[in-house]
Design a protein around this ligand. Structure first.
Ligand code: MN
Ligand code: MN
Length: 316
């Protein structure tokens, strides 16, 4: 079958049933699944949210806005849909009434994705969605991670013992030995904090935290060069929280922090991942109810396209 997206020159981009980037929809039980290299997946779940909810609606709006994306990268000229077989695998079905059941359902879904030898590119959902993905991708040996966010998401627990929230996924992932902390770098960290417990944990286990002040002082190229050195050539996950970007450009998210990168820098950092051995990636925390006009989702979809362009480099 053809894995090329529907061209806007054949069917206008505002027409048709929306899939991610107008790719074919290939469910996991479809016979063609064996041909897929990269699977774009929706994770419509925000059961880990501690403040303003809404990312459960993210995949649908991201699919809609992603129909504006064309086939060729504007700078590099890369045509990702020709470099690898990409498809929209649909949504993982969570249980909005049960957090642990949702984590198990997601893990089971991603296990099937991995068994089909497909690299997942996920649209969240809140940041807790990254944990069940890492439980699959890091099951055999811990992986590295490049993480864009204004928060570390390394806290131990919320509200006196809630250990599974969107502020704790990477603490759990280190404890469960899914991530190799010495191959983890977190970029863009800023904002007020409850305390420094997350940063103390990062320091204790060897996670490299690059606060936004250092990011701006050094510049994108220098910071990404260090990030590539930290993860090296081995398996690396990329997790991108839309709140990495300044809320002027990405207001539709639950826990925005001012003083962040602009939308150009939001794309530029992903281009700096060229050559990294990416085994999967996600774009999380887009909350459509907080930006019904869709500017945040348009940026999110554009970041997903940038991620796809660096992921295909290792697929051919
Ligand atoms: Mn996050
Ligand atoms: Mn965040």
């Amino acid at each position: 079958m053809s894995f090329l997206p529907v061209s806007g020159l054949e069917l206008p981009r505002f027409a048709g049933v929306p899939t991610f980037m107008r790719l074919p929809h290939v469910p996991l039980d479809d016979a063609c699944i064996a041909e897929v290299d990269i699977g774009l997946i929706g994770a419509p779940w925000d059961g880990g949210t501690t403040n303003r909810p809404g990312p459960r609606h993210g995949p649908r709006q991201l699919r809609d806005l992603s129909t504006m994306i064309r086939a060729q990268h504007g700078v590099s000229g890369v045509r990702p849909f020709e470099a690898a077989n990409c498809a929209d695998l649909g949504d993982v079905a969570p249980n909005p009434a049960d957090l642990q059941d949702s984590l198990q359902r997601m893990q089971a879904f991603y296990k099937r994705v991995k068994d089909a030898d497909i690299k997942p590119l996920t649209a969240g959902g809140d940041h807790l969605c990254s944990l069940p993905i890492l439980r699959v991708l890091g099951a055999l040996s811990p992986v590295g991670m490049i993480h864009f966010d204004s928060h570390t998401d390394l806290f131990d627990s919320y509200f006196g013992g809630a250990r599974y929230t969107h502020g704790t996924p990477f603490r759990r992932a280190v404890e469960e030995e899914l991530l190799d902390p010495k191959r983890v770098v977190q970029i863009g960290i800023r904002g007020t904090a409850y305390d420094g417990e997350d940063r103390d944990f990062a320091k204790a286990v060897g996670i490299r935290v690059i606060p936004i002040e250092e990011f701006f002082a050094r510049g994108v190229d220098d910071v990404l060069s260090e990030a590539r050195d930290i993860v090296g050539d081995r398996s690396t996950y990329v997790s991108y929280d839309i709140d990495f970007v300044d809320p002027t450009f990405a207001p539709g998210t639950g826990t925005p922090e001012v003083g962040g990168p602009n939308s150009f820098q939001a794309l530029q950092v992903v281009r700096g991942l060229e050559g990294v051995n990416i085994i999967g990636a996600d774009l999380v925390e887009v909350s459509p109810p907080l930006d019904t006009a869709g500017g945040t989702a348009w940026l999110g979809a554009s970041i997903m396209f940038e991620l796809l362009c660096v992921m295909v480099g290792r697929c051919v």
